[in-house]
Design a protein around this ligand. Structure first.
Ligand SMILES: C[S@@+](CC[C@H](N)C(=O)[O-])C[C@H]1O[C@@H](n2cnc3c(N)ncnc32)[C@H](O)[C@@H]1O
Length: 311
């Protein structure tokens, strides 16, 4: 416990990962769980199930945080993750209200949208795609929480870098002419550029009218630099916080490898067959979500959210 006061060691110490499962997935669940402790009018996002995915080490840290919610280990990064969850939730809800037929969550980790976003269960087939190690842990937890695996969710285990995920999706009942949202949250920077291209190519060739993608990304400059910091000199970002976070995750085998050329999101996606490209930066989501008591919470400018429509 003593070590937990040292920010640099904190994630290593609490992140004792379950065999073969993703530590970054648990880390995001931890942020959602932590944010969900806050009162309704204060929290940026809400996920009542996230706490159930935490290993004892994280749960212990939750306990500490419950007594002092303002003391999170990586505040800027955590606040940005909370905003990301909220932004992606709001985006998805808009589609659910507008005739969505399928939802594909790529690199689903411990994403709980299938179980908590209203309207999905009745109207939308959900595919959760991830590596078997993480997915097996997820399925066991879902059974613990709900008693069984829900009928509207199909679990597809794939390694995006070595397997053809599109073929696996189709084998599992994915319908290529249906209106579909593809969520890639906290994913593409962990993939080789070819895997990202293959992922986007499948989506463009195999989804119905009005289908869309939403993901977050970082600039290529911050991947190319060994310290992981982007070229932007942002006063709100704690550069050590970012460096230490990236280093911790890499030590656990989850290395950031892919970035989009600085400022080139639109042409990147248009060249790959998308339209209506939108990029959201930290100033945008800070302005949208962080009001009142949340006004002074720092956010991290390193990552961007993006969405686009299949042409
Ligand atoms: C940062 S976590 C994000 C999890 C979830 N999307 C969220 O936001 O809570 C990254 C996820 O991508 C998955 N992932 C990373 N590389 C992958 C690969 N090559 N194939 C399949 N899944 C992968 C990890 O297993 C992990 O669950």
């Amino acid at each position: 416990m003593e070590k937990a006061n040292n920010t640099e060691n904190k994630m290593v110490e609490i992140g004792e990962k379950k065999k073969g499962s993703s530590l970054t997935a648990e880390n995001v669940a931890f942020v959602r769980a932590l944010e969900s402790l806050k009162p309704e009018g204060e929290r940026i996002c809400y996920d009542p199930y996230a706490v159930r995915f935490l290993s004892p080490q994280y749960a212990m840290f939750m306990e500490m945080a419950a007594h002092n919610p303002s003391k999170t280990p990586f505040p800027g990064v955590h606040n940005s993750l909370a905003a990301r969850v909220r932004y992606f939730d709001d985006f998805l809800k808009g589609f659910v209200d507008d005739g969505l037929e399928q939802l594909v969550i790529l690199g689903a980790g411990y994403d709980t949208r299938a179980y908590r976003i209203e309207g999905l269960r009745d109207k939308v087939r959900v595919f959760e795609v991830d590596q078997p190690g993480t997915q097996n842990v997820k399925m066991e937890k879902i059974k613990d929480i709900f008693g069984s695996l829900p009928d509207h969710v199909t679990y597809v285990s794939v390694d995006f870098e070595t397997e053809n995920y599109g073929q696996r999706l189709i084998e599992h009942g994915y319908e290529k002419f249906q209106k579909t949202v593809f969520i890639m949250e906290g994913l593409i920077y962990y993939l080789e550029p070819k895997a990202v291209d293959d992922m986007l190519s499948f989506i463009v060739k195999n989804s119905g009218t009005g289908s869309a993608i939403i993901f977050d990304y970082v600039y290529k400059s911050s991947i190319d630099r060994t310290d992981g910091i982007c070229g932007i000199k942002c006063k709100a970002c704690d550069q050590n916080e970012i460096k230490n976070g990236i280093k911790d995750m890499a030590q656990h085998g989850e290395t950031q490898k892919f970035g989009i050329m600085d400022g080139m999101l639109e042409s990147f996606l248009i060249q790959r067959g998308f339209s209506h490209v939108c990029s959201v930066n930290s100033k945008d989501y800070k302005k949208a979500y962080f009001h009142g008591v949340n006004e002074s919470r720092p956010v991290c400018c390193r990552s961007y959210f993006a969405h686009a429509v299949v042409k």
